[in-house]
Ligand binder design. Structure first.
Ligand SMILES: C[S@@+](CC[C@H](N)C(=O)[O-])C[C@H]1O[C@@H](n2cnc3c(N)ncnc32)[C@H](O)[C@@H]1O
Length: 262
């Protein structure tokens, strides 16, 4: 449905334009624009702050579901995942984008909790709308930087898995330092994963895939699930993601990487 039609059929809630630094939802009613504070620390970030329009249906989903199913990554408390997910095993998904693949995976496996993190407000609203309409009680949406979530808000060994599907490729050489999959990130992530938990990455950016394979293979906390030490066949459980579809349209080749936490 187009944004203008949604607006026309839902006149009660106006679409909201994201303003960096301004809070568009009252505290607790929706994601904060900068939950940990932009000057929380000086660090190169793996995401680009974006001005983004939230449609009426996304805003409605945020207002309805954020109080129970959303959380701001403020770096101020450690999450009790057992309480949040009723004791389900919990997989972290970093960078869910618009969340369609996340919702499909949550629907296909309701026995696994998905802690889905992104900074993108329209995507948060979209995923909460999908979760609401499909009764996906096993999804929680975290707003903010996954690094702060991992470092400040998760206990060691808290995660049963991690998914990083089509992370921003940062193609320019001077931006490579912004790529998420790097040794320091892997050290932090490994500390938050249970032994045997699976890290699943996918990318359509050939040279980033090579970097992922190289740093994951070299990292002492992870072990390739593939006996030949290479890429994994695409697992049937991973749906096509929005970003992946765009890459395939351009003729890109997709690589999956499946590594165990040692
Ligand atoms: C290229 S998009 C891919 C989205 C989706 N996985 C897909 O395949 O369509 C990468 C997403 O990761 C998010 N992202 C990047 N770094 C992040 C971080 N440190 N914490 C949370 N989200 C992040 C971006 O906001 C963006 O939505």
């Amino acid at each position: 449905m187009s944004e203008s039609r949604e607006t026309a059929t839902h006149p009660a809630v106006e679409p909201v334009v994201a303003q960096r630094g301004s809070s568009r939802f009252a505290a607790g009613e929706g994601p904060l624009p900068d939950p940990a504070g932009s000057h929380y620390e000086r660090r190169i970030r793996s995401f680009q702050p974006r001005r983004s329009r939230v449609t009426t249906s996304q805003a409605e989903a945020l207002l309805k579901r954020w109080p129970d199913w959303g959380l701001d990554i403020d770096g101020k408390r450690v999450l009790d995942l057992d309480e949040m997910f009723g004791g389900l095993p919990v997989v972290l998904e970093i960078g869910f984008g618009m969340g369609e693949a996340t919702a499909q995976m949550a629907a296909a496996d309701r026995g696994t909790g998905i802690l889905a993190v992104d900074v993108h407000t329209p995507g948060q609203g979209n995923l909460l709308g999908l979760a609401d309409r499909n009764g996906l009680e096993n999804v929680r949406v975290a707003n903010g930087d996954a690094i702060i979530l991992l470092r400040e808000m998760l206990d060691p060994g808290a995660l049963d898995g991690c998914r990083v599907y089509f992370p921003d490729p940062w193609p320019k050489k001077r931006h490579h330092k912004r790529r998420l999959i790097q040794p320091d990130f892997l050290t932090l992530l490994a500390s938050r994963m249970k032994p045997g938990a699976v890290l699943h990455c996918a990318t359509d950016w050939e040279e980033y895939a090579e970097q992922m394979l190289e740093v994951l293979t070299a990292h002492p906390g992870f072990e390739n699930t593939q006996a030949d030490g290479g890429y994994a066949p695409r697992p049937a459980f991973r749906p096509l993601t929005r970003f992946e579809g765009q890459g395939l349209d351009k003729g890109h080749v997709v690589h999956d990487l499946l590594f165990h936490r040692k």
